[in-house]
Design a protein around this ligand. Sequence first.
Ligand code: FAD
Length: 390
Amino acid sequence: MSRILILGGGFAGITAAELLSEGAAAEHEITIVSASRKLTFFPALVPMVFGDFLPEELRTDIVAPLHERKVRFIEGEVLKIDPVSRNVRITGDDVDGDLRYDYLLIAIGRRLATETVPGFFEHAHHLLGINAAIRFKHAVSEFKAGSIVVGLCPGSSLPVPVCESALALADRFKAEIGEGRVSVTAVFPETLEQGLAGTGLFRQVEKNLQRKGVRLVENFQIGRVEKASLFSADEQELSFGLSLLVPPFRGQTAVQELGPPEEEEGFAVVNSLMQIEGSERIYAAGDIIALDGPRFGYLAMRQAKVAAANILIELSGEKPSVEYTHELAWILGEEYTDPHFFHYGVWDETLRDFDEDALLGIARRVRERYGHIRSERNGGNDASARSGSA
Ligand SMILES: Cc1cc2nc3c(=O)[nH]c(=O)nc-3n(C[C@H](O)[C@H](O)[C@H](O)COP(=O)(O)OP(=O)(O)OC[C@H]3O[C@@H](n4cnc5c(N)ncnc54)[C@H](O)[C@@H]3O)c2cc1C
């Protein structure tokens, strides 16, 4: 009997749990430890702010479906991983102590490093969680006139919600922008092309920003936020009446102790088999891994599939051999609601993980509801264009 321990119950963790529970013999014990028993479907946060999704539609309890698959769930925080004794230190109501593993998958996602941008908490909005997104939605509904700045902080790898929000704000305040009472500015730490990983997508985004009257500010490294201004590292100033920022991302301290180089900032360094180099039987997948370019849920799922496949191979006594290929592909241009949302990865029909009874069945339910809105408002027209891969 082997103990397979999965840390994190997000896109990567539950994808791996599903595959492992299907593929591993019943004698093996699979456990997920996660800080929350609920999965948040992040891709629908921007549509929730600008569309009519209800917050409760974006959260789903994963415990009962995991139990059905004979996967144990422990609610708790991962504090420390000891690769020598093969123990993970957990704190929480369910367990406060060490859990032993034979195989480990680290899928605890990234940390929001808002502390690296002074003034972020006090003066800026973000939408990387349901409550924060609700607060921003409220602020938008109260906003009457002035400048709105939407920006990506240096060290963040989530450019798409910035583009989506800027375009959605331009739609929301179309009349006011026309009358010169409201302006919308989108800020990037490098060029838009670099922010979108050099994919051809940036041309379409740039065109749409222009068409909707959104001012694009590139190479502005947000350094601090004051009451009504953003300051770049070289002290340029951008004033705002309302701001929405995507904060810098960092890895997690539990991973730091596995020895990634300091410049990786707590992100796990993996090889193409999704194994942590130098640590036996430890895999990592999802936003927690060190990766250039944007981080996406569908990549997290693909990485988790590779890690799970290799753990299954190891369980059978063979050498892991399944490799991960990094490829970005996205679809732009489907107008599901009045604003302009992008569709990539988790919205894509080609990912077959969204059966109603799959753990990520929430994705399918959200997408169906989205499709319903689209067909009501746009007569089901689908003006999508696919960009290349990077
Ligand atoms: C606004 C927004 C829009 C997005 N849109 C898209 C999109 O359209 N398409 C797409 O593909 N991607 C999208 N993404 C990105 C996608 O959501 C992430 O890439 C994905 O969630 C990463 O999955 P993960 O499993 O690595 O991490 P997460 O989903 O963040 O899961 C991490 C899990 O670990 C738990 N955890 C964290 N720390 C600890 C700890 N110390 N101890 C125990 N448990 C812990 C958390 O509670 C969580 O359950 C979007 C993200 C945001 C914020």
